[in-house]
Design a protein around this ligand. Structure first.
Ligand code: OSB
Ligand code: MG
Length: 370
């Protein structure tokens, strides 16, 4: 593959309703869609998912844009690539910046699959046609509003509900959901809002039969999570601090968690995500696919990746309309009986809606082979 041109659509999409977590509220998602073109006229798409503020992890969309433009694009376009698995090697001299790397690397996977006239799912050896998915619900102002949201999600067919929690908003809302939906697969996400001093409060969640609690402690902590996991029955899942296979190995050997929320962009792309999935299967670590409010581009990748047999738990991969009234792909993902249908076309199998892209932002050129 010889890359001839790279562009980025820098857009903003309003969320259907503001989404509140322990660290803040989001009402509009900034998104960069990377378009990588080759000498045969194919286009691969990648999504930069970093937020505008550094309160989920340290990466931000403005910072990752700079890394893409100044460091990664020159490395990617230096020579010719025969397989997308080479991209992470090309980027190895750049430390960190997993989301920037992922935006380009995933675009090359799409490009490669399209050149081979294969869907990404087929490339990942997926056999299923549809995927059962879960939903992530934000912090709500009151329990009545929250229960309405859960009820709507259950009615829509979502198989699993994740609730954002924070100190002072945990046991009560979770218990209310548990009472109203005794057999629902329910879990909580602390987004690093707790410390070991909150152990007593987190222990109180043990009798709610939660599937797991996601990242209760520090964004870079492995050690305190070990202590917490020894003290509580609810399985701990790690999100924020899993940035590579090395992090999963650390967590496994220390005993920091029982489950991994795998996000392709948070670990630097598909190649690293595949390595993590393999490792988890080998070691018997529970693993499932998380989300970052992706547009149709990142969502299509997530669906096709999460449909691999190594995943057995519904991911944070809702229908497009859960977050966006207007998506940037021509056929947004719709929920049917709690499941999304896998695209079957080449690569990501989705088409960009150029009208929406043009109206929601601007296009910048990152590379042009002359
Ligand atoms: O902690 O998993 C998280 C969204 C953005 C950043 C972090 C998280 C989330 C979600 C929503 O929980 C996942 C999704 O539906 O895209
Ligand atoms: Mg999380």
């Amino acid at each position: 593959m010889k890359i001839t041109n790279i562009e980025a659509h820098q857009i903003r999409l309003p969320l259907v309703t503001p989404f509140q977590t322990s660290y803040g509220s989001l009402s509009e998602k900034a998104i960069d869609i990377i378009v990588v073109r080759d000498d045969a006229g194919h286009e691969g798409y990648g999504e930069l998912v970093a937020f505008e503020t550094a309160n989920y992890i340290d990466q931000t969309i403005s910072g990752e844009r700079l890394v893409i433009a100044k460091e990664l694009v020159p490395l990617l376009t230096k020579g010719s690539i025969s397989h997308p698995s080479e991209v992470s090697q090309l980027f190895a001299s750049v430390r960190g910046h997993e989301m920037a790397k992922s935006a380009l690397e995933t675009a090359v996977w799409d490009l490669f699959a399209k050149r081979n006239k294969q869907s990404l799912g087929a490339l990942f050896q997926v056999e299923t046609k549809s995927l059962k998915v879960g939903i992530s619900l934000g912090i709500e102002p009151d329990i009545t509003t929250l229960l309405k949201q859960v009820s709507a999600a259950v009615t829509a067919g979502y198989e699993r509900v994740k609730l954002k929690i924070k100190p002072g908003y945990d046991k009560e809302p979770l218990q209310a959901i548990r009472q109203a939906f005794p057999s629902l697969i329910l879990m909580a996400d602390g987004n690093s809002a707790y410390t070991l001093a909150d152990q007593g409060q987190l222990k109180k969640l043990d009798d709610l039969s939660l599937a797991m609690i996601e990242q209760p402690l520090g964004v870079d902590d492995f050690v305190d999570h070990v202590q917490l996991q020894k003290a509580i029955k609810t399985p701990i899942c790690l999100d924020e601090n899993i940035r590579s296979l090395a992090d999963v190995r650390t967590a496994y050997h220390l005993g920091s968690c029982q489950s991994i929320n795998l996000k392709i962009p948070r670990v630097g792309g598909v190649s690293e995500a595949l390595k993590i999935l393999n490792y988890c299967q080998e070691k018997g670590i529970h693993v499932w696919l998380g989300g970052m409010f992706e547009s149709g581009i990142g969502r299509s990748l997530n669906i096709q990746f999460a449909a691999q047999p190594g995943f057995a738990f519904p991911g944070d991969i809702s229908a497009s309309e859960r977050y966006f009234k207007e998506d940037i792909i021509t056929s947004p993902f719709m929920l049917k009986a709690g499941a999304l249908t896998l695209p079957t076309g080449p690569g990501l199998g989705v088409s960009l809606n150029q009208e929406v892209l043009a109206r929601r932002g601007e296009k910048v050129c990152l590379f042009n082979r002359t």
